[in-house]
Design a protein around this ligand. Structure first.
Ligand SMILES: *Cc1c(COP(=O)(O)O)cnc(C)c1O
Length: 360
């Protein structure tokens, strides 16, 4: 059995080249006689791996010197607590609720301070991004929080909210490295890597240095204090070594592909193939307001549950895996991350056309 087209939302498809390279290095990493999995995180070989990974990420995202890059554990979900614990000096924060992940972050933050939902798109099942040009940002807000690409609902912020001078914190788990970003617009950009970068188990936090201090909420665990991690270059304890190594390989792959401008172009072309089809199909419909569509996660429905199920089952038979929509939304979702080749989307669309003709 060969490889399938994997449309999983995460953990998700990785570049085949990277997987092959990792396989080749599995037993003997560059003459060390051991796997990266078996290596001390304090060894010289590993030091090179993590330092190169950081430098390659800095190059790709053009990360300024006054930002730290942290490779952490606990997934994006642990940051839902770490962010308020580290940033809440006034114990006030504003959240924009554009989906389940933003909502979970909002709920977690409520444990630590006064948290305001300054905008929400829940009224229309998160199918759009609210207008964030003039929100009632709190005078004393320590930060404004967004989930930039909504993995489940398939929406993306095309313009960042006007935070009225407050620090912007963004969860970019499912759009990480999908297009260029201006890091200077954020206080923190973070994401779990298992959507668009690497294997589960690593979360990357890019944080402006002035937000890193000992002035954290009382009771903040040592491990959750950004200062602990920053002072120790992500090596306070054993980091997720193998995961970081794979991320490093993906960074090198992205550089080889031409960087984030090129990825953006590719991602736009790829998403267009699917969205153009959805826009003219009589059977399949996209569920998101057009101007807010994600390049990474594309939910769609037929409007008939049984037909949806039939489609997902037949698609699986044909080698298109993980097209079932999130359990809270139903229908279908195709996640078309960086590592999904355009050919995979073209073949999916051809299959959808055929299905539509047969079942019309
Ligand atoms: C998957 C996802 C999360 C949760 O990530 P974990 O690493 O499982 O905690 C958070 N935010 C977004 C946008 C996601 O897509």
């Amino acid at each position: 059995m060969g490889r399938v087209y994997n449309f999983s939302a995460g953990p998700a498809v990785l570049p085949e080249e990277v997987l092959k390279e990792a396989a080749e290095e599995m037993l003997d990493y560059k003459g060390t006689g051991m796997s990266v999995m078996e290596m001390s995180h304090r060894s010289k070989a590993y030091d090179t791996i993590i330092k190169e990974a950081e430098q390659d990420l800095r190059d790709l995202m053009n990360i300024p010197d006054n930002y730290k890059v942290l490779f952490l554990q606990g997934g994006a979900s642990q940051q839902f607590a770490a962010i308020p614990m580290n940033l809440m000096k006034n114990k006030v924060a504003d959240y924009i609720i554009t989906g389940q992940w933003a909502k979970k972050a909002y709920q977690e933050a409520q444990k630590y301070g006064k948290v305001n939902a300054v905008a929400s798109s829940e009224d229309e099942t998160f199918s759009y991004i609210p207008d964030c040009s003039d929100l009632p940002i709190s005078e004393d807000a320590d930060y404004v929080y967004i989930c930039e690409n909504n993995t489940i609902y398939g929406t993306k912020f095309k313009t960042l909210p006007n935070t009225k001078g407050k620090t912007l914190v963004s969860d970019v788990s499912s759009c990480f490295l999908s297009e260029p970003v201006d890091v200077t617009k954020y206080g923190i950009i973070y994401g779990g890597v298992q959507k668009n970068i690497g294997p589960a188990g690593v979360v990357i936090v890019i944080i402006r240095e002035d937000l890193i201090s000992d002035d954290v909420l009382e009771g903040t665990p040592t491990m959750l204090k950004y200062k602990t991690q920053a002072d120790n270059d992500s090596l306070y304890n054993t980091p997720p070594c193998y995961g970081i190594y794979i991320c490093g390989k993906v960074f090198k792959w992205l550089k080889k592909m031409g960087g984030l401008e090129v990825m953006k172009q590719k991602n736009e072309e790829k998403a267009k193939v699917l969205y153009d089809f959805l826009d003219q199909s009589k059977m399949f419909k996209g569920t998101v307001r057009k101007e807010d569509r994600s390049l990474m996660n594309v939910p769609f429905v037929t409007g008939d549950k049984d037909l949806d199920a039939k489609f997902v089952a037949e698609a699986k038979e044909a080698g298109f895996e993980n097209l079932k929509g999130h359990r809270t939304v139903g229908g279908m979702r195709a996640s078309i991350y960086n590592a999904m080749p355009k050919e995979g989307v073209e073949k999916l669309v051809a299959f959808m056309k055929e299905f539509e003709n047969k079942n019309a």
